[in-house]
Every structure is written in C-alpha cells, then in structure tokens.
Design a protein around this ligand. Structure first.
Ligand code: ATP
Length: 253
C-alpha cells in the first residue's frame, strides 16, 4: 500500500501475506507508524490496496464488509447520543426493527459492564467506559470478525488489564475471529493465539508465532508462568532485532 499525498509518497506496507483463520485471535504487533491501521482499513474494505489482493472467505474485498466489526483507534462515539443511543447506531444504520434493537442494546450494555449508564452522555463517562461503548458498538450487530485497533492504548495499567480480561472472556464466549492491533508485546501474547510481528515501515511480516498458551487464560497469573516467558523471549528476539535495525537505518539517514 502506497499513499500518494500532498506531502509526497509514503510506502506503508510492502510484503504482507497472511491468513486469519475462522475463530482465531491474531495480534498484529509492530512499531509505531509501520502500517497496522492501514492494514485494518484494507481488511475492513475502507481503503483498497494499491497492489496485491485481499479476500474474505475466498471472495475479493471490494468495499465495506458488513461481516466485519471495526473498532478504530479513535472512537466514533457521538457526544449528543447517550450510551444506549450510541450502541444502537449500527443497528439503526442496518434498519433493524426497534424491538430487536432494544434487546440487542440491552444485551451488549450488560456484556461490556455498562449497566446503569444507559442514559449517560459520553461527557459523563470515563476513558475506559468510552472504550467499552466503542467495543459494544463493534459487537452489537454480531459480526463474524472483529478488527480492534489498539482498543486499550490510552488506558492506565490497571484498567487496561481489566479490559483485556473482559475482552478475552467475551471472545472466548462468542468464538469470534479477531484481528487485534497493538504495539504492546505483552498485550499481544496474553490475548492472542498467534502473534504476527511486523517490521518498521514499509511493513512486511517478519515472524508469526503460535502462542499456544491454554485457554481460558488467567491474565493476572499468566505473565508469571515459564511458558509465557518462553513465548515472550521468542517475540522479543524478533522485535528487538527489528527495533535495532530501524534505529541503525535512522542513524544512517
Ligand atoms: N491517508 C494517508 N495519507 C498519507 N499517508 C498516510 C495515510 N494514512 C497513513 N499514512 C502513513 O502511512 C504510515 C502507516 O500509518 P498507519 O496509521 O497505518 O500506522 P500504524 O502502524 O497504525 O501506526 P500507530 O502504531 O502509530 O497507530 C504512516 O507513515 C502514516 O503517516
């Protein structure tokens, strides 16, 4: 994917070739600005690659894909709508009958732990609560596949751990297919079945690591296990090498 903008040409992704299997939770891990959001935008059908091919269930992706729920990095919560109204929005766009909308909104409000805040406007919600509204918005029409772009990036460590645990429990329950973008190695390993490590821009895939840690996972204990440390070392070996090489490149420029 190459962007041709007013400020010149930016080569965002070079050679990216991978398959996301049904029911799998894949974390895309890479340095800042390497092209992770670009990749999600392409998978969701919002932008088209300048070369190469993307397919969903074997069919070429030619436009927005309604089987996919996408939580972008910046939330799309409308300040003039309450929690319930924001979560209802994707269902209104799909013209679901009012009764069905109400039922689904109630289910997902409960699922993301926002019961009691149905009628609160975004200005009355904490950062973590806003993220939950965003997550419920992506989940509410029950897409087969979820794209989550650094959903917990701006949260403090404790809230982040809580949200990660909630997401994991939810995904294990729903059996959804997830593509999760992060630049946090521990987040990638604790959540995913497979970690796809991307290089600095223009991104290519430098490694794919099967995490292999059993589920359901207890996030508070997981990081202290020997198995976890072993996976972490393997991911770090690759990521560390990539960081050093991009630092060297920058120093030579
Ligand atoms: N619409 C655009 N026009 C021109 N360049 C763009 C556009 N969108 C992204 N880029 C550039 O493409 C590169 C990859 O951006 P992208 O947002 O995909 O990276 P990222 O890995 O998601 O970054 P981060 O981890 O910081 O969120 C960056 O250099 C960015 O400046």
């Amino acid at each position: 994917m190459t962007y041709h903008g007013r400020r010149g040409t930016v080569s965002a992704l070079s050679h990216v070739d991978f398959t996301l299997w049904q029911g799998e939770f894949v974390a895309l891990l890479g340095p800042s600005g390497c092209g992770k959001s670009t990749l999600l935008n392409m998978v969701s059908g919002l932008i088209a690659p300048t070369s190469g091919r993307l397919a969903y269930r074997g069919k070429a992706i030619n436009g927005p894909n309604t089987n996919i729920g996408y939580m972008t990095q910046r939330d799309s919560i409308l300040p003039w709508r309450t929690t319930a109204q924001n979560i209802e929005l994707p269902l209104q766009i799909r013209h679901l009958p009012a009764r069905e909308r109400r039922e689904k909104v109630a289910t997902y409000i409960e699922m993301v732990g926002l019961k009691g805040f149905e009628n609160t406007y975004p200005s009355g919600l904490s950062g973590g609560m806003r993220k939950r509204v965003g997550l419920a918005q992506a989940l509410v029409y029950e897409p087969e596949t979820l794209l989550l772009d650094e959903p917990f990036g701006a949260l403090d460590a404790i809230l982040r751990l809580r949200m990660q645990a909630e997401l994991l429990a939810l995904m294990e329950k729903l059996g959804a297919t997830v593509l999760f973008v992060t630049h946090d190695m521990d987040e990638a390993i604790t959540l995913a079945d497979r970690v796809v490590v991307m290089s600095a821009r223009p991104a290519r895939i430098i490694d794919e690591i099967e995490v292999g840690l059993p589920r359901p996972r207890n996030l508070e204990q997981l990081q202290f296990t020997a198995e976890y440390q072993e996976v972490r070392r393997r991911v770090w070996d690759n990521l560390g090498r990539e960081i050093h090489s991009s630092e060297k490149e920058m120093a030579n420029q």
